[in-house]
Design a protein around this ligand. Sequence first.
Ligand code: UT7
Length: 333
Amino acid sequence: MSRKNAAITGVAGFVPERKLTNHDLEQMVETTDEWIYTRTGIKERRILEPGLGLSHMGEKAVNELLQKTQTSPEDIDLILCATITGDMIFPDTANQIAVKVGATNAFGFDINAACSGFLYALHTGAKFIESGTYKKVVVVGGDVMSSIIDYTDRTTCVIFGDGLGAVLLEPNDQYGIQDAILQADGSGVEYLHAKSGGSKMPTSEETVAQGLHYVYQNGGPVFKRAVQGMSSTVKQVIEQNNLTKEEIDWVVPHQANMRIINTVASQLDFPLEKVMQNIEYLGNTTAGTLPLCLRDYEPQLKPGDKIVLTAFGGGFTWGALYLTWAYEGKNFS
Ligand code: UT7
């Protein structure tokens, strides 16, 4: 039996209606639209209504995905959900999404790799398809960052937003996920984390009073490592697949900061027209950035397009994944 690739056969996404603009943030912290836009490339981000949780966005996106791909929910074998802001500490949100969409025959689990979560989950999902046992795997990536952001901390609240994307993976003879390089360095915890709410420092009145449940980021070192990690793994995945950069149709970078995206593109000598970007109006949705880029650019994608996805985030975690696109995006628009 010949080995099948796992190909993306559909993509969908959900972002909340409510916009938080740079001008709104000017009223909340000491910042300016000019600072935010020139330092990050972000103009607005979306905020989920409190109390809904990640599974709400997952339900919306997966229902759209099933409709677009004409898939019945009972046919889904597995749902993987990449997130750091699941509905609850436990159980996982993948199975909350499954119950909401009627995926009664699916099992599922969450993957916590912060901004690289979708990359890790896509690679994991591909392995289940390649095993030959599973035929339909849904990979979800998204975060409700507004649930863990301190809106008095100008160094983090200007960057992050809420949003989620989802893809369907199915076996394919020709196209699909070809290769991935995934890396991690746990010593990065120092620079990017939420200190309390886990087993090491359970939530208490004191931790809440000190705001230790919020995202802490030392942006400078993260910026440098992000550029280095994404550039080197993209280069490596291109080389080890005997490709040239000219042959790559699209690079899909994690949307953390437009200056990071520009620097990576410039180091790799990729024209920005080939680099997917939606940071300006969505901000950094953590595990949501890559699938939401695919959703936004889907109408432009063609069968055989060579695409490299890359991300960097908390952990540290980072990597690059090379795939060939399987369908005419316009068919679904
Ligand atoms: O997605 C997960 C991975 N995360 C990332 O990849 C994020 C990587 N880091 C970054 O994107 C950037 O480091 C930030 C956007 C977070 C910060 O930008 P920066 O250019 O590195 O700024 P900085 O931290 O070096 O701060 C420069 C100045 C400081 O003032 P002083 O000390 O020079 O007087 C900050 O206090 O800018 C100040 N500052 C602000 N000013 C206005 C920091 N945040 C703001 C703000 N508005 N929102």
